[in-house]
Ligand binder design. Structure first.
Ligand code: FPP
Length: 238
């Protein structure tokens, strides 16, 4: 039981990157400029993550509900993602980052699908950080799709079919909701909301969130672990 209370290192952090549009509008820029600035934040965060003990980083880049946005913004986001995959591949290889995209692929355009496949294949050997980018992703749809394929539904089977459990969930941009992100995987996630807009979020903010996370007591429905017995100098069990 005590293992349940121990901090898992390396741990899984997931981020809802919110606030690009508002950041841009506040500066008299088009919303798309906010997404471009947001890519720079992605670079900063990916670079900082492994040294903070993050082994898996999942970023919410495009939700299945984001198709409702104007076509021009959707096209811009898709092009940004394809460019990011192409451009970041060498840096990912150099930094030991393995990139994976989660979500539906059948509605993505050809150039993006091809860029994803190339990037995933080229970075497959990375072991320092697993970077998962959620594109056309819906937590509810992911659970439905996984459940449909199960012969015998159980928590364990769904755990295996979906992704790794989230330890720390961060949402920037001042909103406080889950927006259909990793619903099953976040069952016991510690949640931290930041008022910073995503383009302004820095490595220091990520480090601060990790510090707060590490200070929290995770009980998973149990009770606090008893304090460790005082050292007696010898390895007596009683
Ligand atoms: C939410 O901000 C952000 C998005 C829907 C897109 C996030 C995309 C990026 C950061 C760039 C591409 C990603 C990667 C991984 C390279 P919003 O537009 O909803 O902002 P608002 O709430 O201020 O309108």
């Amino acid at each position: 039981m005590s293992n349940h209370f121990a901090l898992q290192r390396p741990f899984h952090t997931a981020i809802i990157m919110d606030g690009n549009g508002r950041w841009a509008i506040a500066r008299g820029l088009p919303r798309t400029a906010g997404h471009c600035a947001g890519v720079e934040t992605v670079r900063r965060v990916v670079e900082a993550a492994p040294d903070l003990g993050i082994g898996i980083l999942t970023l919410f880049a495009f939700s299945s509900d984001n198709w409702r946005r104007p076509r021009t913004e959707v096209d811009w986001l898709m092009a940004l993602l394809a460019e990011y995959m192409e451009r970041e591949t060498p840096r990912c290889i150099e930094q030991g980052v393995r990139m994976q995209v989660v979500g539906r692929r059948d509605r993505l355009d050809g150039p993006l699908t091809a860029a994803i496949a190339r990037c995933e294949a080229a970075t497959a050997a990375g072991t320092r950080l697993l970077l998962r980018i959620a594109v056309d992703y819906s937590g509810r749809d992911a659970i439905l799709a996984a459940a449909r394929n199960l012969f015998e539904p159980s928590r364990e089977a769904l755990d295996r079919a979906l992704g790794p459990p989230v330890d720390l969930l961060i949402r920037t941009g001042g909103e406080r909701r889950l927006s259909d992100f990793l619903l099953w995987e976040c069952a016991y996630a510690e949640i931290i909301f930041s008022r910073r807009m995503w383009p302004e979020f820095g490595a220091g903010d990520l480090a601060g969130a990790v510090r707060e996370f590490q200070g929290r007591q995770r009980r998973f429905g149990g009770i606090p672990a008893p304090p460790a017995p005082a050292q007696r100098g010898e390895a007596w069990l009683d």
